[in-house]
Design a protein around this ligand. Structure first.
Ligand SMILES: N[C@@H](CCC(=O)N[C@@H](CS)C(=O)NCC(=O)O)C(=O)O
Length: 339
């Protein structure tokens, strides 16, 4: 059943969210408004000014160099498990709307343009997303990683190349689960709030349709339109990482959302998302599936493109590399039981 609830005005943050989450939201909006400026220093640095006193990079922290497509020793099983979703979901969440690749000679692509290298060729990637309306403020979604219905919505977010402020709701999560109950009347996930239109809703299929109509061309990819089959394959897709990204790990929630450049189809990104969810860390996703124009913005700023990449305004840390990002998040935000 559709539970779309258009409000007269966008939901008022202070009424709906805990103070820390409301301020996170305000910060997220301003982060989106002030787009990243070209960074001519190092690819990964710890240079943000005045980190809040409570959150500091771990002692001796040094951001790693990006290593494209490299799987760390000990990470093979996790990457393989997270990759299982790609064939099961026929690549949904890997590509943006209207994606079309072509192999071209490297001389056809200027050196300041992002392009994937493929042997002696470069892959020119185009999409239809540039013709679609973009939300001014990030969409807000309350969900958790291991839920197949949430996965469907995240795939659509990647297809539509949307920036989304995620409020993780792992089982027993004390912070955002109760907020969903407060806002929508039930603890059911995913739950979406669009601050641009005032629309808030449950039900993955309704959210997907709403996003397609509002920020796409009205079409829903076939793999998201198959009813029970979609739900079953989305469920099977989580099997490679069963038990991950579902349960709460005690954490200190920072005042500002962590920014992440990622997309649903990337196994490396999924591993980081699991940790963000388990630690209940609000994060502003800059979705960047294949064909996303944000890849070129990123390339221009950083001189390379690789996802996942995070910028943590709470500590000033900016870093690549999934395994190290996970270690960083745990070291900075997890509360370990002292024994
Ligand atoms: N060692 C890196 C590998 C990350 C990686 O290679 N990500 C892919 C996406 S799955 C990427 O950014 N590829 C570059 C491209 O698509 O141009 C990590 O663990 O984070």
């Amino acid at each position: 059943m559709q539970s779309m609830a258009p409000a007269a005005a966008p939901p008022a943050a202070p009424l709906l969210l805990p103070r820390r989450a409301a301020s996170a939201r305000a910060r997220a909006a301003s982060l989106v408004a002030v787009r990243a400026q070209p960074d001519t220093t190092s690819v990964a640095s710890t240079s943000a000014p005045d980190p809040p006193p409570d959150f500091k990079p771990p002692q001796g922290f040094k951001p790693p160099e990006p290593k494209k497509f490299a799987v760390k020793e000990g990470q093979q099983g996790s990457v393989l498990g997270a990759s299982l979703a790609i064939p099961l979901r026929l690549g949904t969440g890997v590509f943006v709307l209207g994606y079309s690749p072509s192999l071209v000679s490297p001389s056809e692509i200027p050196s300041d343009q992002y392009a994937l290298e493929f042997g002696a060729w470069k892959v020119k990637e185009e999409s239809k997303i540039g013709q679609c309306k973009r939300p001014e403020k990030p969409i807000e979604i309350y969900e958790f990683e291991g839920c197949p219905f949430c996965r469907k919505v995240r795939e659509m977010v990647s297809v539509l190349d949307l920036d989304v402020l995620f409020y993780p709701c792992p089982q027993k999560g004390p912070t955002f689960r109760p907020k969903v109950l407060e806002m929508g009347g039930k603890k059911q996930f995913p739950y979406m709030v669009d601050p641009n239109t005032g629309v808030a809703m449950y039900e993955s299929d309704d959210i997907i349709k709403y996003l397609a109509d509002t920020y796409g061309d009205g079409t829903v990819p076939i793999m998201l339109s198959l009813g029970l089959l979609t739900a079953i394959t989305a469920g099977l897709a989580t099997l490679g990482r069963v038990g991950k990204g579902n349960s709460y790990t005690a954490s200190k929630v920072p005042p500002q959302p962590i920014e992440i450049w990622a997309y649903e189809g990337s196994p490396f990104c999924k591993l980081v998302r699991e940790t963000l969810v388990e630690l209940e860390l609000p994060h502003l996703l800059h979705s960047c599936a294949r064909g996303s124009p944000k890849r070129q913005e990123f390339f221009k700023k950083m001189g390379t493109f690789q996802a996942p990449y995070i910028e943590d305004p709470n500590t000033g840390v900016k870093m690549f590399e999934s395994a190290e990002i996970i270690n960083y998040l745990k070291a900075t935000y997890a509360i370990y039981a002292s024994s």
